[in-house]
Design a protein around this ligand. Structure first.
Ligand code: PMP
Length: 394
């Protein structure tokens, strides 16, 4: 008797890039005052109006099993939102409500990849991607994007690895890099997906956090909707990370297979959470702008301060709630710098290496603390980088 290979191989070994994050958490637990700029967690909680709607639904009796694909009104509201954003008619039958974007990422790969199939994804990547792919028995194949391209992937690089692959996972606006894929890159990606007959899994959970340029929903590109599985979530757009409410948008037959999977896994998302999500979506775009506004502001703060020195370069983060900084001039890895910053300045960030080898020598700073504290943290971070670069030169 032994645990299945499927579960014992989910983690690649080591700390999977979470060592610094865990070290910072330990220090916080011991009562140390650490500025945590690690996780993509807002510094506000879910809007009280949404919580009241959740409470009202639960107290009103909506505590039993709920509709597995999602309650009809929520599927309708999500379909309307996606139709509005993409210009492509999307019906409730295309929508499956999931326990957060993460469950949607799992379901999308489960539904497109057989064991042993190659599943492509872009490096740097959101930390769970390779584990998600391994957890369905598929083989993760990273395609490196380059720092000097602002981490926009090159379609030719994807094409070079695409032979025999089942799926390609993309993420724009991107975590960790902040890249918002240009129209040219999206068109190129679409062409690769068609040439190699790939499913396109499009993680668009940051679609409300776009600071420069336009977010191009994969669904909106000509002929791509039939091969696209879009992943969405209330986590980032409505500061509802703990509610675990996300969705999949897929062609109807694919959606119905995913409903079969959910029937045998989560068995639906709690009804009172779905009611709260419906209420939140019905608040319209104003709340999405409100939730996004601090990150838009803080991204400008980081840009301004980084522009005042030469050692650290900012990757143009056109979206999402992070700043990606290139500190290769210090001669240190992101991890080495991260530990030094934690020890010396009591500031915790994520090393680029946690998000793949393409982000080595970079760090990701989550813009998740108030403006003044963030400004102070960035100034101290840059001062440390300058000192380290001087030592490297000496
Ligand atoms: N995709 C990306 C790119 C993310 O950054 C995250 C969360 N940080 C998720 C998916 C999953 O989000 P959730 O499960 O909270 O919807």
């Amino acid at each position: 008797m032994h645990p299945s290979k499927r579960v014992t191989t989910i983690n690649a070994g080591g700390d999977d890039g979470w060592g610094l994050f865990n070290a910072a958490k330990k220090r916080v637990a011991k009562g140390q005052d650490i500025i945590e700029l690690t996780q993509g967690e807002h510094d506000i909680t879910t809007d009280t109006r949404i919580l009241e709607a959740m409470h009202k639904a639960a107290i009103g009796g909506n505590t039993g099993y709920s509709a597995i694909p999602g309650i009809p009104a929520l599927r309708e509201a999500i379909a309307a939102r996606v139709t509005r954003q993409s210009g492509v008619k999307t019906t409730p039958d295309n929508v499956v409500v999931t326990a957060g974007g993460q469950a949607a990422l799992f379901a999308a790969h489960y539904a497109t990849c057989d064991p042993g199939d190659k599943a492509l994804f872009i490096d740097p990547y959101y930390a769970t991607y390779p584990g998600t792919i391994r957890s369905v028995g598929a083989v993760p194949v990273p395609v490196k994007a380059r720092s000097r391209d602002g981490f926009q992937p090159r379609p030719a690089d994807i094409s070079a690895k695409a032979d025999g692959a089942a799926s390609l996972l993309i993420n724009s606006p991107n975590n960790p890099t902040g890249a918002v894929y240009s129209s040219e890159i999206m068109t190129g990606i679409g062409r690769v997906a068609q040439d190699h007959d790939l499913w396109l899994i499009s993680d668009e959970v940051y679609d409300t956090q776009v600071w420069d340029g336009d977010h191009i929903p994969t669904r909106s590109l000509p002929d791509l909707a039939p091969r696209t599985i879009q992943v969405g979530s209330m986590s980032k757009s409505h500061a509802m990370t703990g509610s675990r409410l996300g969705w999949i948008i897929a062609p109807e037959d694919m959606a119905s297979h995913i409903i079969d999977l959910l029937t045998n896994t989560n068995y639906g998302v709690p009804g009172f959470i779905q009611e709260a999500a419906l209420f939140a979506l019905n608040l319209g775009p104003s709340i999405e702008e409100e939730v996004a506004a601090p990150f838009r502001r803080r991204r400008e703060i980081v840009k301004r301060i980084v522009a005042g020195q030469q050692v650290v370069k900012a990757i143009p983060s056109d979206g999402a709630m992070y700043a990606m900084l290139d500190l290769r001039a210090t001669g240190m890895t992101g991890e080495e710098f991260g530990y030094k910053l934690l020890d010396r300045e009591k500031i915790a960030i994520m090393p680029g290496e946690s998000f793949g080898s393409a982000a080595a020598g970079h760090i990701r700073v989550a813009l998740t603390t108030d403006d003044d504290k963030l400004e102070d943290a960035i100034r101290r971070l840059l001062a440390l980088a300058a000192e380290m670069a001087e030592t490297a030169d000496a």
